[in-house]
Design a protein around this ligand. Sequence first.
Ligand SMILES: Cc1ncc(C[n+]2csc(CCOP(=O)(O)OP(=O)(O)O)c2C)c(N)n1
Length: 738
Amino acid sequence: MAAEKVTDVTRRRRGASPDDGAGRTAGPPGFPDYNAPVALDVETQPASAVQLRIDWGIVARHVLRSRLLDEVEEAELAPAGEVPYQFSARGHELAQVLLAQHLTHPHDAATVYYRSRPFLMACGLTPTEALAAGMGRTGSPSEGRDVGVVFSMPPRGDPSGMRSAMRSAGPTVLPASGDVGAQFTPAAGWAQAITYRTRVLGESAWSGALAVALGGDGSVATNGFWSALTIATTLRLPLLFFIEDNGYGLSVPSILQTPGGDIARNLESFAGLLVLSGSGSEPEAAAALIGRAVEHVRTDGPCLLRLTVPRLSGHTFVDNQAYKSTAEREGEARRDPLPALAAHLPPEVWQSLNDEAANEVRNAVEMARALPVPMGDATRHLFFEGRLQYVGGSASEGPPRQAGDSLPPARDPTRRLNLIEAVRLVLEEELATNPRCLVFGEDVGVKGGVHGATAGMQAKFGAGRVFDTSLSEEGIIGRAIGMALAGLLPVPEIQFRKYADPATESINDAGTLRWRTAGKFAAPMVVRIPVGHGKRIGDPWHSVTGEAIFAHTLGWRLAFPSNAADAAGLLRSALRGQDPVMFFEHRALLDAPDARRPDPGPGHTLPFGQAALLTDGDSLTLITWGAMVYPALAAAARHPGRVEVLDLRTIVPWDREAVLTSVRKTGRCLVVHEDTLTGGFAGEILAVVTAEAFTALDAPPRRLTTPDCPTPYSAELMAEVLPNAESIDAAIAELLAF
Ligand SMILES: Cc1ncc(C[n+]2csc(CCOP(=O)(O)OP(=O)(O)O)c2C)c(N)n1
């Protein structure tokens, strides 16, 4: 096939300079000048910046190993069921291997997808590891936990195979996701971390690094793609969108993913983006385009490179491609990059590389078969278990911080704080003592947050550390993943609980990231979310608590404090932990007199999983949390000495022992929460109480919650559905009389 037109449309319209003439500026005063040219550090100056000379022998070696591995899987291992879920990369190899040659900066990172194995192998993944992954064996990157082509890899060695002082390490391959499109925002997060570490922290070792996200033509239709594109271009981040367009997303043609089927063409007018497009089957042309793209990203900002590639096999082994015509398949075969690559080498060299690769693959099959099947630890690594991950978290570059170290002196202990002040004080302490901590979200910058939690913070710590973001919750959480993996401590705010909905995919992926990599990677972050109804008003959008959904979201800790002191202690613990944390701030409590407490001081931490016993009683245990604590206390006061009120304070983990000890003493149990009934967290507590304390019960355990309906806007209607002191009192009376 004739060489495709190489498109470069960006030079003529690169827009966003600090003042681009349209009145747009780079950001508020103090905001890092993302538009300023990046000065490359001499020692870490990437190879691409000095015109990488491609060694076609090395490229051929990687391409052939990948091709032969796919062939063995397709001919032998998949039909025999030894690799139960096989994704072939035949046709994609050349483009990916060429890309890997350029990722030579020690702080380069890539987010990959299931068809990225050639890239992984060119970055150091061995054929044995690749096969072990497909076979679900020990010794694979996920230790048999994840689909064999859903990879992660801490940096290793020299991806180009060429010795040079400038090529000391391969990229960090961030944990891939099985969700198409979920790879883009973490890459944007890593790219933003590069910018942060270079420009805000002045770490020259990070200068010139880049992030690249690999994706197919289907992935350009996803939310994650557009979110990352907006972030990368508005902030001019060193992010390469590397799109391998094989014309199909499974069986759906690319014309349904983007109009006309060519994302590069459609992005021609996107400001701040270099757009390149060409064939991934032609060695010289592809190498030139990739080199150009990488160089641009390292020095100038984001680029989207679309390379057309053939998909020479089905989407997976079981896909017979009946949706493609014979002519189409023949056309794809003609675009196979291997013959063109072979032409770059003398036939005898190609033959010997082929023989070598065949031997290597054959040996790898035997070695992978001999690896043990992972047994008995499938539930480990959901949370931090005491051994620090290799990649991710601000502690991974130094010892974890101890409580009370290098904090500002104690404040006036007689001062009473409201809940929002407590949150603000702890965040400011963290920003003051941990330069790797960043606070960001919608309106948290100049405005100080719609709830005021970050008021004045940007002025104190600068717009490089406390900043506003584009309106994309997937962007906020996905980017926090990338930042955390790059060693920062992101503290994003989601403006209201309901607006975490668009981030669901990223939240789920962040939670299972440690587990999926068998403890090698982790993305600790603290996500602050105002939840629940307001002091006087509610509605279906701003009043959700929804803790049950996050309790069911694997790998997240969840704090739900009811007062200022608990909020301070739990937030400080969260910031020093190694797991992702959801930190709920109840809107009705932010400034409520009931929730105010004396300042517990800068060393105060509160462990997760420790309930507070608020009243003593001998006849009933009332378990609650958040804003429901106060009507529960009012109701309990009407039954002096009889009701033991427990404030759980954290939902994940929750204090089973405190609950069971109390229920065994009182014989009765009532759970009250603001979240709705069906599937609410009360169900979980009552299931445990019933199973573990059945013989101690004198009455059926009960729950009192908002019924299964959204929070209404009318104050009268809202009062009708929320539990209150009267309805709680009635439930207590009923249970006591049983
Ligand atoms: C969010 C999400 N939706 C659907 C799927 C199922 N799925 C897996 S791959 C795929 C097609 C993706 O095509 P493309 O991005 O073009 O990559 P290619 O497989 O062609 O390399 C689909 C629909 C998924 N994994 N994730």
